[in-house]
Design a protein around this ligand. Structure first.
Ligand SMILES: Nc1ncnc2c1ncn2[C@@H]1O[C@H](COP(=O)(O)OP(=O)(O)OP(=O)(O)O)[C@@H](O)[C@H]1O
Length: 296
């Protein structure tokens, strides 16, 4: 019998995640799966469950939670030869990975997607010894996003990130960064460096419009300056999908990038606080298979 594991974070989706477990189970039973349900209680539980699913030869893992739960789950795929197909029921504030794959943001509709026979093979990124699905960000703006409280996320949704972001922009604080890729070096002060795998970053569908989930490339943006006046033009470029052409933005694609600084600088990976510099980011092409809507 085919085996599926549901990994659910009860605290996600305004603490309503458990309400979606029964419908998910039923859909999977109908598809002929034996289903195990695992509730996370703390950090990295999702990674541990995913490792068990890989080692025990499960066919499918369905995550019910936000981008944090998804990131912890995919980290269980690191160094595994058998990686179950992934189903995603997005319950987070931003849900970038689901957006990029056109998985419905409405949880009930996302559950129906599990009946789809369409599977996309997608790239993952590797940052030092962890995997990411969506974006790695470096710099003061990235640090400020890591400090958004769960309370604010519940109350304000995506605006919680905007609030912290604007506060940081007002401080206009840059770090000296050294960014190396493909034999080239960029050195300078920057408030933000981004390496994106998908087009949707922070809920902005057009941040990296050229990023395709299986193109094997990191789409990288170095923001050179964000003083009050050009913040407006950078924001407009972001909304219009031509950030890479802004005069204060350096854009390149690469298969691997390393970033260092003489100052202590931390990172934000898939919306969660990441390791401090130095970091090395590389690609894990076509690493995971994800169930997506048939019409997508
Ligand atoms: N039972 C639990 N109670 C509280 N926190 C938990 C529980 N299980 C896992 N966690 C933590 O929840 C976090 C992930 O939460 P979630 O899936 O809602 O992602 P998120 O990144 O906060 O979503 P978003 O920012 O998109 O709203 C992880 O840090 C994880 O360690």
């Amino acid at each position: 019998m085919k085996q599926a594991m549901i990994i659910v974070n009860p605290s996600s989706g305004k603490e309503e995640a458990l309400e979606y477990v029964r419908n998910t189970e039923e859909i999977l039973y109908d598809k002929g799966f034996h289903v195990a349900v695992n509730e996370t209680e703390k950090e990295l539980d999702a990674t541990r469950y995913c490792i068990t699913a890989c080692e025990q030869g499960y066919d499918l893992i369905v995550t019910i939670g936000g981008d944090g739960t998804l990131n912890e789950t995919i980290n269980g795929f690191l160094d595994q030869t058998h990686r179950p197909t992934l189903g995603i029921i997005p319950l987070g504030t931003v849900n970038d990975f689901a957006r990029a794959l056109q998985i419905p943001l409405n949880p009930e509709k996302a559950i129906q997607t599990l009946t789809s026979s369409k599977v996309n093979t997608v790239d993952m990124g590797r940052l030092n010894d962890r995997l990411f699905a969506n974006v790695a960000a470096v710099g003061s703006l990235a640090e400020s996003l890591s400090s958004v409280s769960s309370d604010d996320k519940s109350k304000l949704g995506a605006f919680a990130y905007l609030k912290e972001g604007i506060k940081e922009l007002m401080r206009n604080h840059s770090h000296p960064l050294v960014i190396r890729h493909d034999g080239e070096i960029w050195e300078g002060d920057s408030p933000l460096f981004l390496a994106a795998l998908t087009n949707s970053v922070g809920g902005f569908a057009k941040l990296a419009p050229d990023a395709v989930i299986d193109d094997g490339l990191l789409h990288c943006f170095i923001i050179k300056d964000l003083h009050v006046f050009n913040t407006i033009t950078v924001s407009l470029s972001l909304l219009l999908g031509n950030l890479k052409n802004h005069k204060d933005v350096v854009y390149f694609t690469a298969k691997s990038v390393s970033v260092s600084s003489v100052e202590p600088v931390s990172t934000n990976v898939d919306g969660e606080c990441g390791p401090a510099l130095p970091i090395k980011i590389s690609m894990m092409p076509s690493h995971v298979q994800v169930i997506v809507p048939e019409e997508g």
